[in-house]
Design a protein around this ligand. Structure first.
Ligand SMILES: Cc1cc2nc3c(=O)[nH]c(=O)nc-3n(C[C@H](O)[C@H](O)[C@H](O)COP(=O)(O)OP(=O)(O)OC[C@H]3O[C@@H](n4cnc5c(N)ncnc54)[C@H](O)[C@@H]3O)c2cc1C
Length: 499
């Protein structure tokens, strides 16, 4: 009798954003390293891959729709870029002019040197800043003597209790530092409300500094000293690519080739063991597409945003679907405007401006893209980017693109002294595109993972980190978990439970 031929096992990745593409790439790499034949399919609803990672390149302009860079200190995105042969395209922020400005009573005031997210590392610069009153500064210095929070978790013998970003910063640094500096810097990254965001899920390193050093100021100063000692002090905080962050998804898509199928809207994932039309074998999952076709899978990695994930997995994992649907997502928008240099009065000598909510302006932040990064605008031109929307201001981000561009022009006129018509203008709306890690998020993430059957893996910005490096790390974890689930003896089980 001829030997029975087994089909290769198949992993389907739903969603072709950075998480989905990186997950497919890691599955293929790990399978090859383990000498396993695995069939991989990425199903992406849109007609392009990358999701929120999207760079428009036109006439010498490099315009980012959402991320313009990623954190240098989290290695996963940079490592992936290096593995894809993009080493010579990695760029650091331009060396001069890393100053951030804060809008304060209508004026632009430099963020004090050494201020890190929620606390100063350079006390002299902090004491000199007009951004915080003297009582506000004294209250902030109280952080040096105030004991660390006694954690509920200690008494109960389980994990520490979570608290909101606002409660955490108010408790350590006082109300003024929260409202004028920490909220726009920290909550701004998530376009969120600091009263609702979880400190443990958004900035666990700060909660950790309190635990280890009993003070944010001491902890951040110690970290800065350690970084200087390790020679990392001079490294720029953010990294990008010469053709924009889109270089990363372009390289992934080119490398994955026919593995990625665009215009493939997934409607439902069922755990029913039905056969795939093209095979006699049974698959554990049936991935049903909106066009009526199906794809069989031994494992599925779902990387879609929470609301979509909730609909897709409602049959296969109802409790995880309920949790995915309960992660709030809010809307934001970015507008990029390119001007002739001579048409903008402001020197744009820094990274940009953040606007605390109390300032009463429509925009949240204004980033000076061509000052931050080389090669973003043609010679003699500048590129700036304004942010709108966020938690509590979503209607603004959901306005039509013409309105957003008109607002951005007005705002650039007022804040930067821009005159005349911009040479180029692009608005990108991210409706319900920003997951909010509300207090208790980490516990919900664990519960969702526990509620998923074997070989159904959730990953992506909804879960364990919104930044591009965190998405790539989740992709690696998901690849290990999925391979471990279909090849239990292959040694691919992740030590961490995915998500
Ligand atoms: C305005 C903005 C600025 C940002 N700036 C930064 C930054 O500077 N640095 C940084 O590190 N991060 C930044 N981020 C965060 C980061 O870009 C995202 O968190 C990350 O790109 C999310 O990747 P993802 O793959 O998890 O999800 P997504 O990019 O949302 O990808 C999900 C994919 O799933 C697809 N999909 C949805 N439904 C279906 C379906 N039914 N069937 C098939 N496919 C489906 C979508 O089309 C999409 O392609 C920013 C985000 C925004 C919105």
């Amino acid at each position: 009798m001829p030997p029975v031929e087994h089909r290769p096992q198949r992993i389907v990745v739903v969603g072709g954003g950075i998480t989905g593409l990186a997950a497919a790439w890691h599955v293929r790499r790990l399978a090859a390293e383990g000498g396993r034949a695995v069939d991989i399919v990425v199903l992406e609803a849109g007609d392009r891959v990358g999701g929120k990672v999207h760079t428009v390149r036109r006439d010498g302009w490099v315009i980012e729709a959402a991320p313009d860079s990623f954190l240098t200190t989290k290695p996963w995105a940079r490592d992936l870029a290096l593995a894809l042969g993009l080493g010579d395209r990695l760029i650091a922020q331009r060396p001069g002019g890393r100053q951030v400005f804060v809008r304060h009573d209508g004026a632009l005031v430099p963020l004090p040197a050494g201020f890190r997210l929620a606390a100063p590392t350079d006390l002299g610069a902090f004491l000199r800043t007009p951004l915080v009153s003297w009582p506000g500064k004294l209250r902030a210095l109280f952080d040096l003597v105030r004991p660390a929070r006694r954690e509920e978790g200690d008494r109960r013998g389980d994990r520490r209790g979570d608290e909101s970003m606002a409660d955490f910063v108010r408790r350590r640094m006082g109300r003024e530092v929260l409202e004028r500096l920490a909220a726009p810097l920290m909550a701004g990254i998530h376009v969120g409300d600091p009263e609702r965001l979880s400190i443990e899920a958004t900035f666990p390193q700060l909660a950790d500094l309190e635990r280890r050093h009993g003070s944010l100021i001491r902890g951040l100063r110690r970290s800065a000293t350690d970084r200087r000692r390790d020679g990392a002090g001079a490294a720029a905080t953010f990294t990008s690519l010469s053709g924009g962050v889109g270089d990363l998804v372009d390289a992934l898509a080119a490398d994955l080739g026919g593995i990625v199928r665009t215009r493939s809207v997934v409607a439902r994932i069922a755990r029913d063991g039905r056969s795939d039309a093209a095979h006699d074998d049974d698959f554990t999952y049936t991935v049903a597409l909106a066009d009526g076709s199906t794809v069989g899978a031994d494992a599925v990695i779902v990387t879609t945003p929470g609301p979509a994930t909730a609909r897709l997995i409602v049959d296969a994992a109802p409790e995880a679907a309920r949790i995915a649907g309960a992660v709030r997502h809010v809307s934001s928008a970015t507008v990029s405007l390119g001007y002739r240099r001579d048409d903008v009065a402001h020197p744009l000598d820094g990274l940009g401006i953040i606007a605390p909510r109390g300032e009463g302006v429509r925009w949240l932040a204004c980033s000076w893209s061509s000052s931050k990064w080389e090669g973003r605008a043609p010679d003699g031109h500048v590129l700036v980017r304004l942010f709108y929307g966020g938690d509590g201001r979503e209607a603004e981000a959901e306005r039509d693109e013409e309105t957003l561009i008109a607002w951005a022009k007005e705002d650039a006129e007022t804040v930067l002294g821009a005159t005349g018509a911009p040479v180029i203008a692009h608005a990108f709306r991210w409706v319900k595109g920003n997951p909010q890690y509300d207090v208790g998020h980490e516990a919900r993430v664990k519960a969702a993972a526990a509620a998923c059957p074997a070989a159904l893996v959730l990953a992506g910005a909804t879960w364990r980190g919104v930044g591009v490096p965190d998405c790539v790390r989740q992709a690696l974890d998901a690849a290990e978990t999925a391979l471990g689930a279909i090849h239990p003896r292959s040694g691919h089980q992740s030590s961490r439970q995915s998500i």
